[in-house]
Design a protein around this ligand. Structure first.
Ligand code: HEM
Length: 186
């Protein structure tokens, strides 16, 4: 795969100005993040369950919904700890999460609003617990980094599959996409 997770993480950090202060604030609130993670998981899966298509995916295999609750709780807490201070372990983990969703066929239309639901639920809880606005900002930024990983995995996997099947170069593929886009009526 062409994407290098650690370099991608650095690019995103710079792009959205995920600062050392943001990281320190999240880490200082890691216990609080752990405390509310299960409640956030409940909000998240209630949200997914309301949609027929996503609910179908969630209940497609035995034990999936239960497993997901556990992995979501871990994922949520990791946004506060940064695992290895947002290093290789964090980047590889986020990349893997992206790949898992591509394999299951979960696309941008599912993931973007789902992340918005997480940001919203966490924001409500932040307010209820009297947490600082700066924590909301830090958490929103790291959520956007994680979202970008899942979305980018979708693009990388689809393009890599086309290039592999067709033998096209990446340059040709980009030109075909640009030409295709210009022929669509907008
Ligand atoms: C905010 C966006 C999302 C986050 C942060 C998230 C988080 C996660 C995590 C951490 C895993 C475990 C990955 C692993 O096994 O390494 C996972 C797997 C999975 N997610 Fe998501 N997810 C998101 C969106 C969605 C959406 C929209 C759906 C749609 C139904 C979904 C369905 C699934 C399924 C089916 C699995 C695999 C479960 C299994 O069989 O083990 N996720 N997700």
């Amino acid at each position: 795969m062409a994407l290098e997770p650690q370099a991608f993480l650095k690019t995103l950090e710079n792009r959205i100005e995920f600062s050392a202060e943001n990281k320190a604030l999240l880490q200082a609130n890691a216990d609080w993040g752990k405390e509310i993670a299960l409640e956030m998981a409940e909000h998240f899966y209630t949200y997914l369950g309301r949609d027929t298509e996503m609910n179908g995916i969630l209940t497609a295999t035995e034990g999936r919904a239960h497993r997901l609750r556990e992995t979501f709780v871990e994922w949520f807490h990791e946004m506060f700890t940064g695992m290895d201070d947002w290093g290789k372990v964090y980047a590889d983990r986020r990349w893997r999460i992206g790949l898992v969703h591509v394999q299951i066929g979960i696309g941008p239309q599912h993931v973007v609003p789902a992340m918005a639901a997480v940001v919203q639920a966490a924001g409500n809880r932040l307010k209820a617990d009297g947490k600082d606005e700066a924590l909301r900002e830090a958490l929103s930024r790291v959520c956007m980094i994680d979202l970008a990983f899942i979305e980018q995995a979708y693009v990388e996997v689809s393009s890599a599959a086309v290039l592999r099947e067709t033998g096209w170069t990446a340059g040709l593929f980009r030109r075909l996409i640009a030409t295709g886009a210009s022929t669509l009526s907008i």
